[in-house]
Design a protein around this ligand. Structure first.
Ligand code: GAL
Length: 415
């Protein structure tokens, strides 16, 4: 073989080798944002593919509000040694109490430092993401849990206003029933019932009482915490009996169609109504803090983490960099119905609802959500579903309170 032929062969090998290596590069992200919940994630993926045209994105989703189904699939994959390159997880205890404790996640502190994120995110949020000397996920947003949604024209027609306390809500419920609105508050499947419970408990206990439950300073058997279950029971009497068969979107739809007057749901409902259904905030839908919680912002944050031993590490780091950037957050959040986790987002890109949320986020007292992973470890949060079943079965507030306290003791909540 001539020298020239050998050289040619080498060049070809290098070129084809590089192409093959590039062709193998890809990114698999895992989340529960599919269907109606998908557009914000899709916009972020589109941007990623523009920035990195050689890295195709595999968007693995497992449908089901609040990640109830996705978490189970993720568990199988993590334990089976097949982690996605990056996965959605709620900031806080949901990740820390599971995969961080199990030593399955990469510490992202170096990334936070190199990207300057320690100054770009609120200190309270960084604290929520931190444990055991590390920072464990990149927050893409801030959602609010304690929001009550309604259609302004419908309330006007029925002659009611958004109730400011739970007592006022119960009175409004009677008024509405008198006007033929049989089930004034639209409710959906099990996790949305926990979601409603946390708004009721926050309204009954106030922000300090609520936080005391999670730090272990207040017991679930405390008389005020038992009262939260009783109030919850009265509120349930104003909801549709077919709740367990409805997704959160279907519960929102009931309100929009005028079958119900109100729905309590996190502000991804604003994303659904404005992005998917194209309704104008303030006209097509209205909002207020859930009864008794004005001045308090019950927060949760969606974030993405980096499991140890992923197949496409560099591509995953690029993904995390995009979703932690100002540009990434301002692409994602206006569509998602959340505000940016960063402190420097461009609010002109956000609609009227989101601007009001951003204002409250700055000025309100902030507490964390149970239903969405902020305040309690996964093991408590998942067993709380059983506490809910116990309550729904017998409507016995003390039995539910005792069951919750037993789980809290068992998992060492607040310790
Ligand atoms: C929450 C999540 C939101 C939204 C919602 C409904 O837990 O943080 O981003 O997806 O579930 O599925």
């Amino acid at each position: 073989m001539t020298k020239r032929a050998i050289l040619c062969g080498l060049v070809l090998a290098v070129v084809f080798g590089a192409t093959a290596a590039r062709a193998q590069e890809k990114l698999e992200i895992f989340s529960w944002w599919a269907g109606d919940e998908g557009p914000a994630l899709k916009a972020l993926i589109d941007r990623y593919e523009v920035l990195y045209p050689n890295i195709p994105v595999i968007n693995s989703t497992v449908t089901g509000g609040s990640g109830v189904n996705a978490r189970a699939v993720l568990k199988t994959r993590m334990l089976g040694g097949d982690p996605p390159d990056s996965f959605q997880v709620h900031a806080g205890q949901e990740l820390i109490g599971t995969w961080v404790v199990a030593n399955r996640m990469e510490d992202l502190t170096p990334l936070f430092k190199s990207e300057g994120w320690t100054e770009k995110f609120p200190p309270g949020l960084i604290a929520l993401l931190s444990a055991r000397g590390g920072i464990w996920s990149v927050p893409v947003n801030i959602h609010r849990s304690n929001v009550m949604w309604y259609v302004p024209a419908n309330l006007k027609k029925w002659g009611v206003t958004p109730p400011k306390t739970w007592d006022e809500f119960l009175a409004t419920c009677k008024t509405l029933q008198g006007k033929g609105v049989q089930y004034p508050l639209a409710l959906g499947e099990n996790w949305t019932q926990v979601h409603l419970w946390e708004s009721v408990a926050l309204g009954v206990l106030g922000p300090d009482g609520w936080s005391a439950l999670w730090s272990g300073k207040m017991k679930f058997t405390d008389s005020s915490a038992v009262k939260a279950w009783d109030t919850f029971g009265s509120v349930l009497a104003c909801t549709n009996p077919d709740a367990s068969g409805l997704s959160w979107q279907q519960a929102v739809d009931r309100t929009l169609k005028g079958n119900a007057a109100f729905n309590i749901m996190g502000d991804w409902a604003a994303g659904y109504m404005s992005t998917t259904l194209k309704l104008k905030p303030g006209e097509g839908f209205g909002w207020a803090a859930s009864p008794g919680t004005s001045g308090t912002f019950m927060m949760l944050s969606d974030s993405f983490g980096l499991p140890k031993g992923v197949k496409h590490h560099d591509a995953a780091v690029k993904w995390l960099k995009l979703l932690g950037s100002r540009e990434g957050q301002d692409i994602f959040n206006p569509l998602k119905g959340s505000i940016a986790a960063r402190l420097d987002s461009d609010l002109t890109k956000y609609n009227a609802y989101l601007n009001s949320a951003a204002k409250d986020w700055k000025s309100n007292k902030v507490v964390g959500s149970l239903a969405h992973g902020a305040v309690a470890p996964e093991i408590f949060a998942s067993q709380f579903g059983t506490v809910m079943e116990i309550y729904l079965g017998g409507k016995n507030a003390l039995a539910a309170a005792n069951a919750a306290q037993a789980i809290a003791d068992q998992v060492g909540l607040g310790k």
